[in-house]
Design a protein around this ligand. Structure first.
Ligand SMILES: Nc1ncnc2c1ncn2[C@@H]1O[C@H](COP(=O)(O)OP(=O)(O)OP(=O)(O)O)[C@@H](O)[C@H]1O
Length: 251
């Protein structure tokens, strides 16, 4: 059971971004997607989600592609975007009900699953609130809860820790670990390497649209020929080399 990306090329009409991306994430694994601003992380997530059409190559979840079976593919995915996307006219409870509808789960089951999460994130008294009354962090927590009440086997998360307070980050990272232990694959982007280090089984390091290293820390140290480097040191080294070659290319 895997999320598999094969020979993937993707980007925007005039801007090719991703070039020949290949990787596999087994269900049960947490993988951190790291790279500088503009490396192509969000483009990769959008392509996996089907929000951007691949120019070449394939993404499959447990053998199913979006082209072969759109609804089966989509039901296996839950997405937490970098900027919370909420409907101004719907209350928190209605967002949960809409999630239930979207994933074909009964409202009762979704509310049952949501209850402990609402308590944990201190939103249990706010079920009738509209997004306009939530802080940025509260909106992010609503997105987190809506993703976690689904049965999605693959969680795709863009910068999950932005806007969350340290207590919420602790709860959220614990929930992600539990979700992975229960058999979900989790792919998230982050610039917060210290959290990535405590959470991830593997990493994907993206630079200028290409995967330049992947795997756990020892295997990335080998690939990048830096046997004792920390994740932070590897990242800085790659980033500086990338920037130097960009500057070189411009001259
Ligand atoms: N809608 C768009 N249309 C055209 N080009 C885009 C669009 N969105 C992103 N790009 C370009 O695609 C490239 C990769 O952007 P992307 O958002 O995937 O980077 P990222 O790694 O997620 O960056 P960040 O860490 O800043 O979020 C950049 O050169 C960016 O300018």
């Amino acid at each position: 059971m895997t999320l598999k990306v094969t020979n993937l090329y993707s980007g925007y009409r005039q801007v090719p971004v991703l070039k020949d991306i290949n990787f596999e994430i087994k269900f049960g694994e947490i993988v951190g997607l790291i790279g500088l601003n503009g490396a192509g992380k969000s483009t990769l997530l959008k392509t996996i989600l089907g929000l951007l059409k691949a120019q070449k190559g394939e993404v499959s979840i447990d053998g199913t592609t979006i082209q072969a079976n759109h609804s089966q593919y989509a039901q296996q995915l839950a997405y937490i975007p970098e900027t919370p996307i909420l409907y101004e006219a719907l209350t928190l409870k209605e967002h949960l009900e809409m999630t239930a509808l979207g994933y074909g789960i009964s409202t009762e089951v979704v509310m049952e699953r949501a209850e402990p999460l609402l308590k944990l994130f201190r939103l249990d008294k706010h079920l009738s609130w509209f997004p306009a009354h939530f802080s940025k962090g509260m909106k992010q927590k609503v997105m987190v809860i809506c993703a976690l009440v689904t049965d999605a086997k693959v969680l795709i998360i863009d910068e999950p820790f932005l806007g969350l307070d340290p207590l919420a980050i602790k709860h959220f990272t614990n929930l992600l670990k539990e979700r992975a232990e229960a058999g979900s694959a989790i792919l998230f982007t982050t610039h917060v390497l210290s959290i990535a280090e405590t959470l991830c089984d593997h990493y994907l390091m993206l630079q200028a649209g290409q995967l330049i290293a992947s795997g756990d820390l020892p295997s990335m140290q080998m690939q990048l020929n830096k046997p004792d480097a920390s994740l932070d040191e590897l990242y800085v080294m790659i980033a500086e080399e990338g920037l130097a070659s960009e500057v070189g290319g411009e001259v």
